[in-house]
Design a binder for this molecule. Structure first.
Ligand SMILES: Cc1cc2nc3c(=O)[nH]c(=O)nc-3n(C[C@H](O)[C@H](O)[C@H](O)COP(=O)(O)O)c2cc1C
Length: 180
């Protein structure tokens, strides 16, 4: 029998309860990942300066954190070879990718050191700033917290810029556009 709120359902409740739920343990990671993938995000590229030159990394773990003071966060994986550089960097920049920037997303997922790209500029702290993005947050490292197999890097925003445009969206492991 339908309850009074049944009209807000987009699918029968059994769709959620039928599959075995994720419970932590061997072999269950796939279901956890699938559930997390239901949360659509934008896509960012984080850049920083290192002793070996500029470094970049694609990340969808970006989130806004605080308006006053202006804080944002993202989460690098401990398993990444770029983890040490990004958790110790005093300054970094977070770029929100536009819908047409698939290639940039793939470029900095594959590797981090190739900045042979048109229009890259260095900011006052020597951090590379990429052109054509929807928004850029130039940050100073505020804190690094433990986050299990990731770290939580909190950035204090020193400067932020944005432009209108359609975002690149990441959902259920796929990249696409946003249709309001
Ligand atoms: C859409 C997308 C989002 C990603 N988000 C993150 C992230 O939030 N944190 C992270 O550590 N790696 C993330 N990655 C993976 C990194 O971009 C990169 O592939 C990984 O660090 C590769 O390992 P390496 O640094 O050892 O080469 C993401 C990759 C893609 C394609």
């Amino acid at each position: 029998m339908d309850g009074p709120m049944s009209y807000v359902r987009t699918a029968p409740m059994t769709d959620l309860t039928e599959p075995d739920p994720f419970v932590p343990g061997p072999g269950s990671e796939r279901r956890f990942r699938d559930a997390l993938g239901a949360y659509a995000t934008g896509v960012t590229v984080i850049t920083t300066a290192t002793g070996h030159g500029p470094l970049g990394m694609t990340a969808n773990s970006f989130a806004s954190l605080s308006l006053d003071p202006p804080l944002v966060l993202w989460s690098p994986a401990r398993s990444s070879r770029r983890f040490g550089a990004f958790t110790t960097a005093p300054h970094f920049a977070i770029h929100i990718l536009a819908a047409e920037q698939h290639a940039l997303c793939r470029h900095f997922a594959r590797q981090g050191h190739d900045f042979d790209l048109p229009g890259v500029a260095l900011n006052a702290q020597g951090v590379p700033v990429l052109p054509g993005c929807l928004a850029v947050f130039e940050c100073a490292r505020e804190a690094v917290h433990d986050g299990g197999d990731h770290a939580i890097v909190v950035g204090r925003v020193l400067a932020a810029r944005s432009r209108p445009g359609a975002p690149l969206v990441f959902s259920a492991g796929a990249m696409g556009g946003f249709a309001p």
